[in-house]
Design a protein. Structure first.
Lengths: 393, 356
């Protein structure tokens, strides 16, 4: 099997599996006062410190959550509620239309149920949000509750200059949240240096467990909880700490971040070969997002493992099915809850026609990717596209 | 063979897919997202089909270990089936949307796409026999669905497989239960799938609006009352006419005239017809020699009646019925059968009723 869908989820790293297995062998609630509880708390807090260190945050800024979706919901809704409570004029949300649905649907929910008004940010054709676009949307900032711009796009892999965006937001007193689910472990991410007020990350995109993530939240940021209860995480998030998952998350993030420079270089080279090979076999295929060698703020302007291509005249779901039948696993972007492949909202947001948005595939490389995987794809892509085009007519 | 199993989420298509796997075929499951009615579904821009049915189909595919995808055909279904259904009623005819769906969606849009993608056939859970390229009634007379397949051509049937035709519905459910399919006890669907509440008249009124007109007595020419739209009536209908006649004899709808919006009603003796004229026929196999003695079935669960088939004007057919039939409406499909008690009645073809 050729797994080219690391942006969907990644294989669990062996060291993560070992660390979690060890934790599952013991008892102890990290909130309990006895010896077993203290031992569990020690593991959780060590993990918090490790995670904070590799992400450039203070340990007290790490809130463990159930994953990226929860972190995004908590940041967007929690910051909106808290900022509006402090000043009732702050009802506006400034959001990129290329965000993950965890942010988009949170914003739309607030608009529908909480009287929020959403201002959609203007995107560059690459999918990037520029500081100018953010400044324009924020205005004087007095009526803005929170802005949210993802660090790196999950579909087309475009990286934005989050530090520059945070500066623009702070100049008018607006907090910035960033969804860095795809960015952590792929590009340099430093919470303090970026200046953002809240950052979403998750475990299963970097070799860790599913259902474990974190929201990095500045100490001074007020955030209304979504989940009420024991107040385990700074009273902003409640729920018994899942110690094995937290340990796994910290081990995965540490490994992913420390091994990043070598891995990113290797994946970028593989990815470049994949894209060049596909364009050679299917000359009219189109690369979506930023150029492969794009640079932003001195770093990669595109995730090193991301290749997102449109195949004009072919339907993405037909391509996916034909590749799946040949043992190659990739993604068309998003599907509705019933499983219907939808035109990518990200491509639509950057101005692509519906036909191009529907004809696209995402190949995403990760730790286990090899030259053999790229060769396997290149061996079948031309006949697969040809067949899909016949079915699309 | 590489086959595509169309999986609705019901028990029949689940078992059909399972039997295709058992027969050694390379099977891929596909659920067709057809429902254009976004109201009944997950709300919001991404709602597109029945989430529950798609889930049920996916569960079975996962148990069978076959690939499974959802194909979005809602747009084609809306144009070719739903809009056609509304337009037919607006024109005073009585369409069969299931037949139209088989003709244009399952065995055109889906079959064409399947063939282009390298599949040899589309497998469905229809209760009908298909052997040697010839379509016959199911062994389960009560569940037989050959009527709604009667519109298919030999070319379409060459790309179809109906594994359930040789078994009863009871047996289908037993197989599903033996395999532990969660859908084993799922109720049969009876309603038109895009009118889940079963209120066809309400659906058509929402689409067409109120179009009042007179209800006229065929014998006297007298106006007996008014109605809110001809689309609320079907030829042969007895109930819900909204008129009372002094003689207490039941009245039936005899004809619908969409331009003047006149619904003509009459007594039972006037409601029967013994000659049916049709449009151009389609044949499931080689076109038969005319004239021809055959049986004709005029609606999905109607009883077949003997008839003499002759060529009519404009390439249509004239069916001389052995017994007069009530409720023969323009737009209905007249499906012709050659009786065969041993192998199952052979479906010859069909033609749409032009006028009784």
């Amino acid at each position: 099997m050729t797994y080219l869908d690391h942006a969907a989820t990644t294989p669990v790293l062996p060291e993560v599996l070992a660390a979690m297995t060890e934790q599952w062998g013991r008892v102890g609630n990290a909130s309990s006062l006895h010896a077993a509880g203290r031992a569990a708390r020690r593991e959780a807090e060590q993990s918090r410190e490790r995670l904070a260190e590799v992400l450039g945050a203070r340990p007290s800024e790490v809130l463990f959550t159930g994953g990226g979706t929860e972190s995004d919901n908590l940041a967007v809704k929690g910051l909106f509620w808290a900022r509006r409570e402090a000043d009732s004029r702050r009802r506006r949300l400034v959001v990129s239309p290329a965000e993950h649905h965890a942010v988009l649907d949170s914003a739309e929910w607030l608009a529908k149920h909480e009287g929020a008004e959403v201002t959609w940010l203007r995107l560059e054709p690459t999918g990037r949000i520029t500081p100018d676009a953010l400044a324009e949307a924020l205005g004087d900032g007095s009526d803005v509750a929170v802005a949210s711009v993802m660090w790196a796009n999950n579909e087309i892999g475009t990286v934005s200059d989050v530090a520059a965006l945070a500066e623009v937001a702070h100049a008018v007193g607006v907090p910035l949240h960033t969804d860095a689910v795809q960015a952590v472990g792929q590009v340099p991410v430093d919470f303090a240096a970026s200046g953002v007020d809240a950052l979403t990350m998750t475990g299963h995109k970097l070799g860790g467990p599913m259902g474990a993530g974190a929201l990095l939240l500045r100490r001074e940021a007020e955030c209304t909880p979504l989940l009420h209860g024991g107040g385990q995480e700074r009273d902003v998030r409640s729920g018994t700490l899942d110690v094995p998952a937290i340990v796994g998350l910290a081990v995965a993030a540490t490994t992913a971040v420390t091994s990043r420079p070598e891995r990113a270089a290797r994946l970028a080279a593989l990815r470049d070969r994949l894209v060049a090979g596909v364009l050679e076999q299917v000359p009219d295929a189109q690369l979506n997002g930023a150029p492969l060698d794009d640079v932003v703020a001195g770093g990669p302007g595109r995730l090193p493992g991301n290749a997102h291509l449109s195949f004009p005249g072919a339907e993405g779901d037909a391509l996916l099915m034909l590749l799946d039948a040949r043992g190659i696993e990739c993604s068309t972007g998003s599907a509705c809850s019933a499983g219907v492949a939808r035109p990518s909202h990200v491509l639509t947001a950057v101005g692509a026609e519906a036909a191009r948005a529907r004809s696209s595939l995402r190949f995403s490389l990760g730790t286990t990717s090899t030259d053999d995987d790229v060769d396997a794809l290149l061996a079948v892509i031309a006949p697969v596209v040809e067949r899909a085009r016949r079915a699309g007519r | 063979m590489r086959v595509l199993a169309a999986m609705s989420g019901g028990v029949d298509s689940a078992v059909a897919a399972a039997l295709a796997v058992d027969a050694g075929h390379d099977v891929t499951g596909v659920h067709l997202a057809l429902s254009p009615d976004r109201q009944t579904l997950r709300s919001g821009a991404r709602g597109c089909c029945s989430v529950e049915d798609a889930h049920d189909a996916r569960r079975v595919a996962d148990e069978l270990g076959i690939p499974f995808y959802v194909w979005d055909l809602a747009e084609r279904f809306t144009e070719d089936v739903v809009d056609d259904f509304v337009a037919e009623y607006a024109a005073g005819r009585t369409p069969n949307p299931c037949l139209r769906c088989n003709e244009r969606i399952k065995f055109t849009a889906v079959l064409d796409r399947a063939r282009a993608l390298g599949f040899d056939a589309v497998v469905t859970g229809h209760h009908a026999r298909l052997e040697g390229g010839r379509l016959r009634r199911s062994v389960d007379a009560a569940k037989d669905q050959s009527y709604v397949l009667g519109v298919l051509t030999a070319e379409q049937l060459a790309g179809a497989a109906f594994p359930l035709g040789s078994m009863t519905k009871e047996r289908v459910r037993a197989i599903a239960a033996e395999r532990g399919f969660a859908v084993a006890a799922k109720p049969d669907s009876h309603d038109i799938c895009f009118i889940p509440d079963g209120d066809t008249r309400g659906f058509l009124t929402r689409r067409l609006g109120a179009r009042p007109g007179p209800v006229v007595d065929a014998a006297t020419g007298a106006t007996l009352g008014t109605h809110e739209g001809t689309h609320g009536f079907t030829v042969g209908q007895r109930r819900g006419l909204g008129v009372a006649v002094g003689d207490q004899r039941p009245r039936y709808v005899l004809s619908i005239e969409p331009v003047t919006r006149t619904v003509t009603v009459g007594t039972a003796d006037l409601a029967g017809v013994d000659v049916v004229r049709t449009g151009r026929p389609t044949w499931t196999g080689p076109p038969p020699q005319l004239p021809l003695r055959a049986q004709v079935q005029l609606r999905a669960h109607g009883a077949p009646v003997g008839c003499q088939v002759t060529a009519g004007p404009g390439g249509g057919l004239v069916l001389a019925l052995e017994q007069p039939q009530r409720g023969v409406a323009p737009g209905q499909s007249a499906v012709l059968y050659a009786p065969d008690p041993v192998r199952g009645d052979l479906v010859l073809g069909q033609a749409a009723v032009a006028r009784p």
